[in-house]
Design a protein around this ligand. Structure first.
Ligand code: SF4
Length: 180
């Protein structure tokens, strides 16, 4: 699985690392050199080895380009942002909810869809109520999301249960996560 992604970004070229906030802008010559290196299964160019170490503490010194890097092609379409509501169901029943989208982590296809999107080089953000994150830790460590947004419904058990109307079920849904 790729460690970094090289991509055209409107009129620029960037290299990003899934799960990391910092990225780098590169000249078009570097992007093309990179695409050629991936096609020929060459070693990662030395400038990227150095830059990846500085930016992310990532050691690419012994990596082959085609294994470490996913190169998004230049197309007539600009890479941009899209939102997919994978389902409309939810394990909460919040009193304010209008359900424009449900809870993605309860969907039986979430893992497969996530793996597929990650493998295509998408930087993924998950919007979740957080109640099922513990069931996906292995996947999210293997393929780190770019961002996870967790909604919090109450500072106490009473306010949480009052708002989410989960009743007894809610007691099993409240978890404390430690991400490292
Ligand atoms: S967590 Fe609450 S607000 Fe969010 S989708 Fe579920 S019911 Fe609606």
């Amino acid at each position: 699985m790729h460690s970094v992604i090289a991509s055209p970004q409107e009129a620029k070229y960037v290299i990003v690392r899934p799960g990391a906030r910092a990225g780098m802008q590169i000249p078009s010559t570097h992007y093309r050199e990179f695409a050629d290196a991936v096609d020929a299964a060459l070693a990662v160019p030395s400038w990227l080895v150095e830059a990846a170490q500085q930016a992310w503490g990532l050691n690419l010194a012994s990596e082959r380009s085609d294994r470490a890097v996913l190169v998004r092609p230049v197309t007539t379409l600009a890479f941009s942002r899209a939102t997919w509501e994978i389902n409309l169901g939810c394990n909460f029943n919040c009193e304010h909810c209008h359900l424009t989208g449900g809870e993605p982590l309860i969907d039986p296809h979430f893992s497969d869809a996530y793996r597929h999107a990650y493998g295509m080089g998408m930087l993924l953000e998950i919007l979740t109520n957080g109640s099922r994150l513990h069931q996906h830790v292995e996947l999210l460590v293997e393929m780190p999301p770019h961002k996870v947004t967790i909604s919090l419904y109450g500072a106490t058990a009473d306010t949480f249960e009052s708002l989410t109307r989960t009743g007894e079920t809610g007691k099993g849904e409240r978890k404390v996560f430690r991400w490292s």
